[in-house]
Design a protein around this ligand. Structure first.
Ligand SMILES: *[C@@H]1O[C@H](CO)[C@@H](O)[C@H](O)[C@H]1NC(C)=O
Ligand SMILES: *[C@@H]1O[C@H](CO)[C@@H](O)[C@H](O)[C@H]1NC(C)=O
Ligand SMILES: *[C@@H]1O[C@H](CO)[C@@H](O)[C@H](O)[C@H]1NC(C)=O
Ligand SMILES: *[C@@H]1O[C@H](CO)[C@@H](O)[C@H](O)[C@H]1NC(C)=O
Ligand SMILES: *[C@@H]1O[C@H](CO)[C@@H](O)[C@H](O)[C@H]1NC(C)=O
Length: 424
């Protein structure tokens, strides 16, 4: 009994209990019969920076204990008494700490004390998803990963300029070419006052096809004669080319060559249908565009040379006015020459006016259209103009008829008179 009391006195001294008699008696009775009480870890919360402090937890209780054990989470920590002291804390010391106090009667476990160990940021990494390639309109996700407690504040930079985003994810929806460049993220831990910046990550944004333009050489073409070389160019990433004319793809033939990866179209002895509605199409792996229709003048004609005479009649009286007009389909507009009986008249122009005609205007008229670009002549059909003399009104046949009729009347009258005279 004496030795037990001595042990109790020693324990009481360790616990810092006053050695006054009545309290000591209470202490003894508690020890023998009652479980430990008012168990708690002090302080309840601790916050330290890694490598920058000592953790000192005290297990406080009322009563006597034969054993004090510390638990981190649910794992026991060996070799600690009522004070748990960890020098130079690391992130692994972060967690919930409880103490388990037992005596011969029972054991009790404290509420947990929370220990926060701040660290980082470190091991910063920047990733892009999907990995690429990216193009205008793509959705791109950049993720900044970092080891840090607590979570740091994030800053984002594009080509060194700060962006407004502040989350660990940077979501770029419908990305544009002005968002092409080097991205980096920066993490700042306000508890450790440390900062870390990622390596820049290049995010190239491929440009969509636009500005499809056709250049032509030469720009003046003569149908069935000229060769034309059409070169197509486009803005955007890695363009490929093909040509469409009037809804169908242009393919190579004896007159048509397609070179320079499709961007150059050479047409020999060009015809109007070759350039009917010719466009260059450019495309890349995600976009396409096409040019305006190629608008080059092709010189052609003259064709369909028409001579019209107004008024149109078989014969014209002397003194009539006659207008002859000549037309032709031609680019540029045709020039006209006039012929009578195949000899050239001095008059030129699309209209020939014959005023106050005379008999000697009679003849076979024609016009000839000439295109000074194509150097082609084309003559009209002949048009017969017949001018007749005016003979006091009636033609010879009619006069003869009238004379005969008058003679017949005279003969009848004479005969009538003769018969009447004979009867008397
Ligand atoms: C704490 O530990 C780290 C890493 O082991 C060491 O670099 C540092 O010097 C230590 N700090 C103190 C105060 O002992
Ligand atoms: C607390 O300690 C007692 C006595 O040593 C032991 O039986 C019990 O398992 C411990 N509880 C925990 C959760 O470790
Ligand atoms: C991105 O960084 C690389 C390498 O540092 C550099 O060559 C390139 O010019 C940068 N791009 C832009 C858009 O700043
Ligand atoms: C073709 O070009 C001419 C001038 O070169 C222009 O007057 C005309 O409007 C153009 N046509 C089209 C369909 O673009
Ligand atoms: C006019 O042409 C016709 C045939 O088309 C021909 O018979 C006639 O002789 C021509 N007249 C003159 C004056 O050449």
């Amino acid at each position: 009994m004496k030795t037990i009391i001595i042990v109790f006195v020693l324990l009481g001294a360790i616990s810092g209990l006053p050695e006054e008699d009545d309290e000591f008696t209470d202490f003894l009775s508690a020890l023998i019969e009652e479980p430990v009480q008012d168990l708690e870890v002090i302080p309840q919360t601790v916050e330290l920076n890694e490598f920058n402090g000592t953790l000192n937890l005290h297990c406080s209780f009322v009563g006597n204990a034969t054993n004090i054990q510390w638990l981190k989470g649910s794992s026991p920590i060996s070799g600690a008494g009522s004070n748990l002291i960890i020098l130079n804390v690391t992130r692994n010391d972060h967690g919930s700490y409880r103490c388990n106090v037992s005596n011969s009667v029972s054991f009790d476990i404290s509420e947990p004390a929370e220990v926060f160990i701040n660290y980082g940021p470190e091991d910063i990494g920047l990733k892009v998803s999907p990995s690429g390639p990216h193009h205008e309109g793509s959705n791109v996700l950049l993720t900044c990963s970092v080891q840090s407690r607590p979570s740091p504040e994030f800053l984002w930079f594009l080509n060194g300029d700060r962006l407004s985003d502040s989350k660990p994810d940077l979501r770029l929806s419908n990305i544009q070419t002005n968002q092409d460049g080097n991205y980096s993220c920066e993490a700042f831990n306000s508890k450790t006052q440390k900062m870390q910046t990622s390596q820049p990550l290049l995010v190239p944004v491929n440009e969509r096809i636009s500005s499809v333009v056709v250049a032509s050489d030469p720009t003046d073409l003569v149908e069935f004669n000229s060769s034309v070389r059409l070169s197509c160019s486009a803005s955007g990433f890695s363009p490929h080319y093909f040509w469409m004319n009037n809804g169908s793809e242009v393919t190579a033939s004896d007159r048509v060559q397609i070179t320079d990866g499709g961007s150059t179209l050479t047409i020999a002895k060009v015809t109007r249908p070759d350039l009917n509605l010719l466009r260059c199409h450019a495309f890349n792996y995600f976009s396409e565009d096409f040019s305006d229709p190629v608008n080059i003048s092709i010189f052609y004609g003259p064709e369909l040379v028409e001579l019209t005479v107004v008024p149109s009649q078989e014969h014209y009286k002397e003194g009539s006015d006659i207008t002859l007009s000549c037309s032709a389909v031609s680019t540029p507009p045709a020039e006209f020459q006039w012929f009578i009986n195949e000899s050239l008249l001095s008059h030129s122009g699309p209209e020939l006016r014959l005023s106050n005609v005379e008999v000697n205007h009679t003849g076979n008229y024609s016009c000839r259209a000439f295109n000074k670009k194509t150097l082609i002549h084309q003559a009209s059909r002949l048009s017969v103009i017949s001018v007749v003399v005016e003979s006091g009104g009636l033609p010879a046949g009619a006069i003869a008829g009238i004379v005969l009729a008058c003679l017949a009347v005279l003969v009848l009258v004479a005969a009538g008179v003769y018969f009447l005279y004979r009867r008397k």
